[in-house]
Design a protein around this ligand. Structure first.
Ligand code: ASP
Length: 348
């Protein structure tokens, strides 16, 4: 894009509360794109060329799955060289899973892909949709001194904060600040001015833009709790199509030291199924071996998920499993910083 040209932004509408209206039964359901635009004429005042694409079938994001991620990725891929930035309207419930997944599925991304939505539909008097949408478009239009897109990654904008997509998680079903990025500061903040945290932004990748659409889905997410039946866990682990396991552990990566549980995990790892350790805590990092109760996990080869969100941990595994040749190779890639999703200094 040349310095003085208006940025071209593509708005992609997938569904979510932002465009919902109440059906005959009083329940909110997705509605068409024109409904959004008609409620927000201010959109035409933004200094960019705006085009839109609406999913043929609009979704509540609870029904989003990897084929929806592929559909979103394809829309962006097909339009990648015709636009300077992308804003994706998406339901909040699974938005952080989608932003995490897409961050891995895209390689060499040099343009902003900013997701947003709202807690109240656009037709609601006190809606948060307008600010979220307008600012997401403004952020996607920002350029650097050379006139190139300033933001070159998948992000999530909500309630005044721009988060890295694979660092964000939904924390609130009630307030307007629905999201947080507990282990990575916001990339930008919208106050009287848009203030960008330039140091945190991803640098040009130098590789060609591409999209990966092969993902594994036979992943067990095991949220550990006191009293969890080990018999049940063994049963779940015996699923013949199982490809990977993510343990949601206590605190700094701690888990019960029950021998039957640990040897069931060890057996899986020995058979080539990676097991990853992610903390149930919102903030902080796994540190295997800090406590005696995580020492054996480390010894049997459980991989530390460090400070990744569960959304990033799952989607990174979905992305890496089909590329796995050896367990060692998988482990190396899993603890590597691929898209800004992990703090590699803390790997333990
Ligand atoms: N259930 C809605 C969705 O995720 C919630 C929202 O958009 O806020 O599609």
């Amino acid at each position: 894009m040349s310095k003085n040209k208006k940025p071209r932004i593509l708005l992609v509408y997938t569904g979510g509360t932002i465009g919902m209206v109440k059906g005959a039964d009083g329940a909110l359901q997705p509605f068409d794109f024109e409904n959004i635009i008609s409620h927000i004429p201010e959109i035409n005042m933004i200094d960019c060329h705006l085009s839109s694409y609406s999913f043929p079938v609009l979704l509540d994001s609870s029904n989003i799955n990897p084929s929806s991620w592929i559909e979103i990725a394809r829309v962006i891929e097909d339009n990648y060289y015709s636009y300077d930035g992308f804003v994706v309207l998406h339901g909040t419930d699974t938005m952080a899973y989608t932003t995490s997944a897409l961050s891995f599925m895209f390689s060499g991304l040099e343009k902003p892909v900013i997701f947003t939505g709202s807690q109240l539909p656009i037709g609601h008097l006190r809606t948060d949709a307008k600010e979220n949408l307008i600012t997401a478009i403004e952020l996607s239009s920002l350029t650097d001194d050379e006139g190139m897109p300033l933001i070159r990654e998948v992000c999530l904008y909500f309630q005044h904060e721009l988060y890295r997509g694979n660092r964000s998680t939904k924390i609130n079903a009630e307030q307007f600040n629905a999201f947080a990025s507990p282990n990575c500061p916001p990339l930008a903040h919208s106050g009287v001015h848009l203030s960008v945290n330039h140091q945190l932004l991803r640098k040009p990748s130098m590789s060609e833009f591409g999209v990966t659409t092969v993902l594994s889905t036979h992943i067990l997410l095991l949220h550990i709790y006191p009293g969890m039946s080990i018999e049940m866990v063994k049963h779940l682990l015996s699923y013949e199509k199982l490809e990977g396991v993510i343990l949601l552990t206590y605190g700094a990566g701690n888990a019960p030291t029950d021998e039957v549980f640990l040897s069931a995990l060890e057996e899986k790892i020995a058979s080539g199924i990676p097991v990853v350790n992610v903390t149930q805590c919102l903030k902080g990092s796994v540190s295997q071996g800090e406590y005696a109760v995580s020492q054996t996990l480390k010894e049997i080869g459980v991989i530390s998920g460090v400070d990744m969100t569960k959304e990033a941990a799952i989607t990174k595994m979905m992305y890496l499993l089909p590329r796995k040749r050896t367990m060692e190779e998988f482990r190396k890639l899993y603890v590597k910083d691929l898209r800004g999703e992990i703090n590699t200094i803390k790997v333990k």
